[in-house]
Design a protein around this ligand. Structure first.
Ligand SMILES: Nc1ncnc2c1ncn2[C@@H]1O[C@H](COP(=O)(O)OP(=O)(O)OP(=O)(O)O)[C@@H](O)[C@H]1O
Ligand SMILES: [Mg+2]
Length: 431
């Protein structure tokens, strides 16, 4: 909850300062007015209403943040139990898989944010599951059966941005042959997912800010405002605070969007999950491709466990699908894409599995190397053991004096299928 705390502080300080400034402006308008005409009274009333809304939003947010942080710390609750607790509360994962503490934290924030209408900002590197998380937030709220509209802000040409987001009226520009709804109107009562928000040009940012403040849009070519009630979830793989410093992103918009902030970790920070994810995507690919799940040679597995995955989960998933499509029973390094084949040569793929991918010697690198070595030893032990007992998990557990379910967990962690060993033993005895 660290991120949430930090943001809550930053948002509160800034928003309160902003609110007080606005109240002062309103006060001085009234103080120096000798007489007020009806239109001016209307204007002051509108400003006062906007202020009231902001105060309400702020207090709502503060209560939300307090509720999220006031829970007793849960050191006793294992990750698995936290995940089970989400399942017990009928949380909808939408296919999100993984047990890493950061991912679970993100899911728990998503669970709390889902039933509110507060804007959520999701950040993370490319392929870390930002869009998936946006769908999780949508699916767990009371808008789940309403539209989820996704907009890639980086893919819309500047001159079409306004029409794409807010719609246009017939004849409002060359090519506007009819009235057209924008994405915000399409997302009315549902969720609008503003992907790659960091790519939105400054002119678009001003317009978006206005929608977030007034909850109304104007189609291009119309002066009629239309109320829209679309819950905003935005995502970025860029450092928005840096863009703010460079003058490329509006600070006020950032605070508007990031009332709730969810950060998704890159795969290299959750390497423990790689074996589980290989297994998970292996089964998924087998189902999609209508085939048996592939087996991996030891050197391919060692490579996959150690690879840096610059494209994160998407890259891992694509790799497993590729292997499942190209390989027969067993996939090997030769089935990897050509662009990552050179990495194999660099590390001598035929030799022992590489120890970590840290370039410099450091305490972290040592820890990582030890962990990898221990993982590899554990894996080799389990494989040898299964071979010896003909794939019988109960027998392996008995010989190691371990609980059967613990052995199963270890096998799952390494993506080892006891079934393959049983089949191999049967084949051997048949020969
Ligand atoms: N935790 C996860 N469990 C299962 N699948 C995942 C997980 N995270 C991501 N994926 C899968 O990885 C792929 C990429 O996810 P997604 O499109 O949500 O990433 P993204 O962060 O939006 O990427 P980009 O920044 O490139 O748009 C999708 O196929 C998604 O289903
Ligand atoms: Mg995306």
């Amino acid at each position: 909850m660290r991120i949430l705390d930090q943001d809550a502080d930053a948002v509160s300080t800034l928003s309160y300062a902003g609110l007080i400034e606005k109240i002062e402006i309103l006060r001085s308008t009234l103080r120096w007015a000798s007489s007020l005409e009806r239109p001016e009274i209307e204007k002051v009333l509108r400003q006062a209403s906007a202020l009231r809304d902001e105060v309400l939003q702020l207090s709502h947010k503060e209560r939300f943040v307090r509720a999220a942080t006031a829970e007793p710390s849960r050191p006793d609750l294992s990750l698995r139990r936290r995940r089970e607790a989400l399942i017990a509360r009928s949380f909808s994962f939408e296919g999100t898989f993984g047990d890493s503490p950061k991912l679970l934290e993100a899911l728990e924030i998503a669970e709390k944010a889902a039933p509110t209408a507060l804007p959520v900002l999701i950040d993370g590197e490319s392929g870390t599951g930002k869009e998936l998380m946006a769908k999780v937030i949508h699916a767990n709220g009371d808008r789940a059966d309403r539209p989820f509209v996704s907009v890639n802000c980086g893919a819309i040409p500047d001159n079409l941005l306004e029409s794409e987001l807010f719609g246009h009226c017939k004849g409002s520009f060359t090519g506007a042959t009819g009235d057209r709804k924008g994405k915000f109107e399409s997302a009315h009562t549902g969720t609008i997912f503003l992907d790659e928000i960091g790519e939105l040009p400054l002119s678009g940012q001003v317009k978006l800010l206005r929608v977030l403040e007034a909850h109304e849009i104007q189609r291009v070519g119309s002066d009629q405002p239309t109320n829209v009630n679309a819950r905003v979830v935005a995502a970025t793989n860029r450092d928005l605070r840096k863009l703010i410093k460079e003058g490329k992103f509006r600070e006020d918009l950032f605070y508007r969007l990031s009332v709730i902030h969810v950060s998704l970790p890159p795969l290299r920070e959750r390497r423990d999950e790689i074996p589980l994810l290989i297994d998970y995507f292996g089964d998924e690919a087998a189902e999609a491709l209508k085939r048996r799940p592939i087996a991996l040679t030891q050197r391919l597995r060692a490579f996959l466990l150690d690879y840096a995955y610059p494209g994160n989960i998407r890259e891992l998933r694509n790799l497993v699908y590729r292997l499942s499509c190209l390989a027969g029973e067993t996939a090997d390094c030769g089935h990897l894409p050509a662009d990552i084949q050179p990495l194999l040569a660099d590390r001598g793929a035929a030799g022992p599995a590489p120890i970590g991918n840290h370039e410099t010697v450091s305490a972290d690198a040592l820890g990582e190397a030890k962990r990898l070595a221990s993982d590899q030893a554990e894996r080799a032990f389990l494989e040898r053991g299964l071979q010896e007992v003909g794939g019988l998990v109960t027998e392996l557990a008995r010989r190691c004096d371990m609980n059967r379910s613990h052995v199963q967990t270890l096998l799952k962690k390494h993506g080892i299928r006891s079934k393959n060993f049983r089949e191999a033993a049967r084949t051997e005895s048949g020969n």
